[in-house]
Design a protein around this ligand. Structure first.
Ligand code: COA
Ligand code: ADP
Length: 546
């Protein structure tokens, strides 16, 4: 979708209003979702959006939307927004977003969408990681609740000017008219977002007495529909003002015309605003005096949300090569680190330019050369079911039984059912001739759908309880792990991936160059281990099912 930004789309500063942009993004994404579904679709949620630039009147906004993956009745749609200056031809990336749309069937019947078959490398990566994003999205409410329950009291900010929160309160009513609705008579998600952004901007302006700029919207969920003829009550207030940014909360409720209308809570969103000076630098903001009770709670929660937002932005939106090897482990970032761990491995798996470097009988070794990294993959077909191989390979404490490089692995923390942290000691001597040790996060995933592999991903983390010691040379793994695909009823393809860090480089290159057959011996031992233990494991799986 290409749109020329006209004065009617802009605010008094000649900049495109964020509400209008959200409407276009939602419409473009809805068209894409409906093209795949072949039936009407509604917006279920929108992940965090970070706005990188403002767009001026006269510029052109280009929006690309594409279904990344269809699940059951819902789809993830990826949206990329850029803007261009027509005279110079310059282009900028404005923002990107992921929306979830749900297909609406006739009556109450749930629609079963046809699967999507990704073709290009990029499509395969997005398709694979979409399952991880969905997991994170559906857990979002609980994650937030869990973290908010443990958030400490924020420190009071220094500064003289104090604005009572009550002065920023806004309440406004909109009537849902046919132009606001889609072909089923439901208000467009984008329209609701635009109304919410409008009241949030007014609340933000009342704090700073200047023109605020929207910089981010927190992930949110459309809890229920509103229809033509409904009134939508929008309530906004500044929840907290930090040094250079503020959080505004907005709550949207819908009600009909009946004599004693009951209000339906349809949406709540949290938006971050900044105030920019003439040079585009953020200005310091006055302090907020929250209202008692709910206001004080929201003040605390806004501080916690800011920490979560920054953690998530850092861990989730960074490209893999930009994230340092070891990210400090913290209860508040566990969901994002787990996402980052699995999505990094899935990205590596979906790369198109893997080349077969060596093959020795049944073991194949592939390599992938990229700008900054050399990665390798070892692959073997084993007479074992994928579920059994997954169960046997997902516990690093058993790896020493087949991998001569592993000395010990000790469970440090069972984070949840799918994630655990281990302290691993390797037999491979470091250049200082000390054994190496690693602190790794192991994240396990069963297939989300037919065709998906079982995944066990490893990445290094740092833990204050396990600092580097003199006994070992602390080493790190950025991205490694297993992917296991069922091939037949009885056989599976087991692949081990590693994005080689300096600690592994020598091992990889000597094997590729044919100077060693270590990889072969290790993987044959892995096969033996799997075959020897599969019956024992089958028994455990059966008992678990019972
Ligand atoms: N984020 C992403 N997807 C979500 C979600 C969320 N917060 N909550 C539910 N879903 C997905 C579920 O995973 C499920 O997907 P699947 O079928 O692919 O497994 C799908 O939505 C349906 O879930 P279900 O539990 O059956 O339905 P629900 O009662 O949660 O209803 C909506 C989901 C979106 C249909 C419902 O909340 C709704 O009508 N919301 C308002 C939609 C709207 O009016 N949008 C704006 C106007 S277009
Ligand atoms: P919470 O109170 O837990 O934040 P809600 O969904 O009730 O969640 O509200 C979302 C946000 O909407 C609040 O954080 C607040 O900023 C704003 N809000 C809610 N109620 C009002 C109100 N009566 N007046 C102004 N703003 C409100």
């Amino acid at each position: 979708m290409s749109q020329l930004v006209l004065p009617c789309h802009s605010n008094h500063r000649g900049e495109l209003g964020a509400g209008q942009l959200l409407k276009w993004m939602d419409t473009a994404a809805c068209l894409s979702a409906e093209r795949h579904a072949g039936c009407p679709c509604v917006t279920a949620s929108m992940d965090d959006i970070y706005f990188e630039h403002t767009i001026s009147v006269g510029q052109v906004v280009n929006i690309k939307a594409k279904v990344n993956r269809a699940f059951n009745s819902s789809m993830e749609v990826g949206i990329q927004v850029s803007h261009e200056e027509l005279c110079s031809g310059r282009r900028w990336s404005t923002c990107k977003a992921f929306a979830t749309f749900v297909a609406q069937g006739q009556g109450d019947a749930k629609v079963k969408l046809k699967p999507l078959s990704p073709q290009t490398e990029e499509e395969k990566i997005e398709h694979s990681i979409a399952a991880e994003r969905r997991r994170m999205r559906l857990a979002h409410k609980d994650t937030l609740k869990d973290l908010l329950a443990r958030c400490p009291q924020p420190e009071t900010r220094e500064g003289s000017a104090v604005v009572p929160a009550a002065e920023t309160r806004v309440e406004s009513v909109e009537l849902v008219l046919p132009p606001h609705a889609n072909h089923q008579g439901n208000a467009f998600g984008g329209q609701i977002m635009a109304w919410m952004e409008n009241v949030a901007t007014i609340a933000a302006s009342r704090l700073c007495r200047a023109h605020p700029t929207l910089s981010a919207i927190e992930m949110f969920h459309f809890r229920g529909p509103s229809h033509v003829g409904d009134r939508v009550l929008l309530k906004a207030i500044v929840n907290n003002a930090f040094k250079n940014s503020m959080e505004v909360g907005v709550c949207a409720e819908a009600y009909g015309q009946e004599p004693a209308p009951s209000r339906r809570h349809i949406n709540s969103a949290f938006m971050t605003f900044v105030v920019l000076d003439e040079q585009g630098r953020p200005r310091a903001l006055p302090r907020l005096q929250p209202e008692p009770q709910d206001g004080e709670r929201r003040y605390r929660e806004a501080s916690a949300r800011q920490k979560i937002r920054l953690d998530r932005k850092y861990i989730v939106s960074c490209r893999q090569s930009e994230v340092p090897l070891s990210v400090p482990w913290d209860q508040s970032n566990k969901v994002y680190l787990s996402y980052n761990n699995v999505s990094a491995l899935k990205t590596l798996v979906a790369k198109a330019n893997w080349v077969l470097a060596r093959e020795q009988e049944k073991v194949r070794m592939y390599t992938l050369e990229e700008d900054q990294f050399l990665s390798f993959r070892m692959e073997i077909t084993v007479r074992i079911t994928a579920a059994q191989a997954f169960s046997l390979l997902s516990d690093p404490r058993r790896r020493h039984e087949w991998d001569g490089h592993y000395a010990t692995a000790e469970l440090v923390q069972q984070v949840d059912e799918d994630d655990a942290i281990y302290h691993v000691v390797s037999r491979t001597p470091s250049p200082e001739n000390k054994p190496q040790d690693f602190v790794i996060l192991a994240s396990r995933r069963k297939p989300c759908d037919k065709g998906d592999p079982y995944v066990v991903a490893f990445r290094s983390v740092t833990l204050p309880t396990h600092p580097p010691t003199n006994t070992f040379t602390r080493s790190e793994t950025l991205c490694s792990g297993f992917c296991i695909w069922p091939e037949t009823e009885e056989t599976s393809k087991v692949a081990y991936y590693n994005q080689a860090t300096p600690a592994y480089l020598n091992y990889v290159t000597t094997n590729i160059a044919g100077l060693s057959s270590n990889f072969y011996a290790t993987f044959v031992a892995c096969e033996k281990f799997l075959l020897k233990n599969k019956d024992e494991d089958e028994l455990i799986l059966r008992l678990r099912d019972l």
